[in-house]
Design a protein. Structure first.
Length: 292
């Protein structure tokens, strides 16, 4: 069998960012507000990466750092200020929030027209009904990766198993795939016979957070495998970032596969920037109140 196609998100995201930078140069500078509550180290790293990515394409980042004991009322007031500020095009609240804050309530308070993460129930609803393909960034990033091989491999009528049913990855990804007329099964922690299900899949997308969950006995020859998982494991050489797929042993079975790192991760950030442009195009340049 031929070597698998390595779906390199580092390279593709750079291409996508360059394309976006060119497009954005025709418009007034867009501004993205990022709200980070507390001192979680990983969240700080993610937010910094998003700020840097904004700058690389000519988006103006507006970082807002709030102390870990910010009250829900204070956070909601901050969001309301940004909702009403015409200089702000998108608002992102970095998750997870400290435990005393209700994430659902906070995300619901963001104006859907500025909901760059697409976590607001209104935007998720439009995605579910198929009215819109505006989706959370990881899901959009996955579609960009699949689109990069569309000349050799099409989604239409394929059997897809999405392993992981979270609101931020599994469910919205399944909705986008359904829009492409694939047949979707969503597996989760109570799913029985995960191996048998995966063996029926032309495409496996896994977003769970368990290293080596998907092993070579679970993958059909010629399948496409997208690994969203991010797990830090201890090795003799120190800590290492790995996905949910046993990449070394699975890769030769596949038609195409994402590595971890340099697979879905960089695409997520690129897709976030594209999401900001989508919001601008849809809700500002159309000059109407159509939220779709
Ligand atoms: P989550 O914890 O919200 O959801 C995990 C899902 O996996 C749940 O639906 C759960 O039912 C399911 N699950 C748990 N154990 C399972 C099992 N044994 N078999 C099948 N399903 C099982 O997680 P999340 O926020 O969706 O993130 C999942 C992983 O993706 C994490 O490793 C996270 O770090 C990573 N992630 C990566 C990116 C990226 O850009 N690369 C973005 C978001 C999340």
């Amino acid at each position: 069998m031929n070597h698998p196609i390595l779906l390199n998100g580092s390279i593709l995201s750079q291409q996508k960012n360059e394309e976006l930078k060119k497009i954005l140069s025709n418009y007034p500078t867009l501004s993205l507000a990022t709200i980070l509550v507390g001192d979680d180290k990983a969240s700080h790293i993610y937010v910094q990466a998003k700020i840097k990515a904004c700058q690389s394409v000519g988006i103006n980042p507006v970082p807002i750092f709030l102390s870990k004991d910010t009250t829900e009322q204070e956070l909601l007031e901050q969001i309301e200020l940004l909702n009403n500020d015409p200089a702000i095009d998108g608002i992102l609240v970095q998750l997870p929030l400290p435990k005393h804050l209700d994430s659902y309530k906070v995300l619901e308070s963001i104006n859907p027209k500025k909901d760059v993460d697409c976590f607001h129930p209104f935007n998720m609803g439009n995605l579910s009904t198929g009215i819109s393909n505006f989706a959370p960034a990881t899901s959009t990033g996955i579609m960009m990766l699949l689109d990069s091989i569309k000349d050799q491999w099409s989604l239409e009528s394929k059997n897809v198993v999405v392993v992981g049913a979270s609101n931020i990855v599994g469910k919205p990804t399944a909705m986008l795939l359904l829009q492409k007329e694939a047949t979707i099964t969503i597996a989760h922690k109570k799913t029985k016979n995960l191996k048998e299900l995966c063996l029926t899949a032309d495409l496996i997308i896994v977003a769970v957070g368990k290293a080596n969950l998907i092993t070579k006995d679970m993958v059909k020859k010629g399948a496409v495998v997208i690994d969203v998982g991010m797990n830090r494991i201890q090795t003799e050489q120190g800590t290492k970032l790995v996905g949910d797929v046993d990449f070394e042993n699975v890769k030769d079975l596949t038609f195409a596969i994402t590595p971890v790192p340099k697979g879905v991760g960089p695409m997520t950030i690129s897709a976030l920037l594209h999401n900001l442009y989508f919001l601008y195009q849809h809700y500002h340049t159309k000059n109407n109140n159509d939220l779709r």
